[in-house]
Design a protein around this ligand. Structure first.
Ligand SMILES: C[S@@+](CC[C@H](N)C(=O)[O-])C[C@H]1O[C@@H](n2cnc3c(N)ncnc32)[C@H](O)[C@@H]1O
Length: 218
């Protein structure tokens, strides 16, 4: 269900640049930012996962969840509220959440992957990735970096996911066809979803891949 609210205007003050006024106005007028604050979520991104979960029924009590790119922790909160056992990782420090190991690390590093497996422990029933590179504003660079992150997640699936497990992976429009083709080699079902909470001007789209079927090594 889309969330809506009344609009606020922000004037450019002496200490504030036009760009930061635009950012502030967007934040103040974003109904998902307001709803996240009201409901105690750390990020508006929480609503994206909640919506995907509502459609696909991925998060169930007792399921083990690995959340890649967790900061500031909205997705962790959603998975925890559904009764999942969660472990998160990010390059940035994530403020603590009781009962959840939150690691600082780079998913491209083997040691970080081993730490995730030790903390859960073992592979997950659900692998979440909202991983995003810091935006450069250069479309091709951002696209290539997002693609590298999504490819890394798919490559990690055999280590991080149990057979029959599910994955949610952030993509950008333009790379989705290739990612779906790769995912189809390992998952029985794949779907693309653009949640209502995704900003209108964003090219973000999520791959939801269900029923992981690991391939036998060659
Ligand atoms: C969109 S934010 C995640 C928001 C989060 N899902 C939430 O609900 O609060 C994307 C995160 O990916 C992280 N990230 C990007 N590259 C990473 C990497 N190589 N390893 C770990 N985290 C990474 C960024 O630091 C950033 O915090």
């Amino acid at each position: 269900m889309p969330i809506r609210s009344a609009r606020v205007r922000v004037k450019t003050a002496k200490q504030r640049s036009a760009a930061s006024s635009r950012w502030l106005e967007r934040q103040l007028n974003d109904p998902y930012v307001q709803a996240a604050r009201r409901q105690g979520y750390r990020s508006r991104a929480a609503f994206k996962l909640a919506e995907m979960d509502q459609r696909f029924g991925l998060l169930k009590p007792g399921r083990k969840v690995i959340d890649l790119g967790s900061a500031p922790g909205g997705w962790v909160q959603v998975a925890l509220a559904k009764g999942c056992r969660v472990v998160g990782i990010d390059l940035l420090e994530i403020p603590p959440i009781e009962g959840v190991p939150l690691l600082i690390g780079d998913i491209f590093e083997d040691a970080a992957v081993e730490q995730l497996l030790a903390a859960l422990p073992g592979p997950a029933d659900v692998l979440l990735s909202d991983l995003a590179p810091s935006a450069t504003g250069r479309r091709m660079v951002d696209r290539l970096r997002t693609e590298a992150l999504a490819e890394a997640v798919l490559a990690l699936a055999p280590r991080l996911l149990v057979p029959g497990g599910h994955a949610v992976i952030k993509l950008l429009r333009g790379i989705e066809a290739g990612m779906v083709a790769s995912a189809k080699q390992q998952f029985a079902r794949t779907k693309l979803m653009r949640p209502e909470a995704t900003r209108r001007d964003s090219s973000e789209i999520y791959l939801v891949a269900e029923n992981f079927q690991p391939k036998a090594p060659d």
